[in-house]
Design a protein around this ligand. Structure first.
Ligand code: NI
Length: 150
């Protein structure tokens, strides 16, 4: 008996595009398929654990669910973009805060201390260079593993 085919492993020839070279030099097939935030968000439950859904040059697009208080941190070498997909996010700064709702974004400049906060769960998209630690220079309970693709 053949094992049941794993749908994920199959490539629909109608959606398969040309071969392209990934960042690690590995050849992969470009798929003519839209990435859907809702669908990607439905694949995991855990909070504070960003998942990579795409890369553009050296930048990664990561979706994440958060609730509660994060830790104060900054990123010495890069700006960080927050795009709220669903929910209400507050980003605290040492001298103020910004509120973001569905469809709103904010770029935190490099070196600026910030602390995301969400009273209820927020689903968002982060854009930042590959390899950036979510807690900045600090290692802690909320430090997430990098390069987890979904
Ligand atoms: Ni940050």
């Amino acid at each position: 008996m053949n094992p049941a085919p794993n749908k994920k492993m199959q490539t629909d020839p109608a959606k398969a595009g040309p071969l392209m070279r990934g960042v690690s030099g590995i050849r992969k097939i470009m798929k003519y398929e839209a990435l859907n935030f809702k669908e990607k968000l439905s694949l995991f439950e855990e909070q504070w654990s960003p998942k990579v859904i795409a890369e553009m040059n050296d930048y990664q697009f990561k979706i994440v669910k958060i609730k509660g208080d994060f830790v104060w941190h900054d990123h010495k070498d890069t700006d960080e973009t927050f795009i709220v997909l669903e929910g209400k996010l507050r980003i605290d700064f040492r001298d103020g805060q910004v509120y973001l709702s569905d469809g709103e974004m904010f770029v935190v400049p490099k070196g600026v201390e910030h602390k995301p906060y969400a009273k209820e769960e927020v689903k968002m998209l982060l854009i930042e260079p590959r390899g950036i630690k979510n807690t900045g220079d600090e290692d802690g309970e909320l430090t997430a593993e990098n390069d987890i693709w979904i």
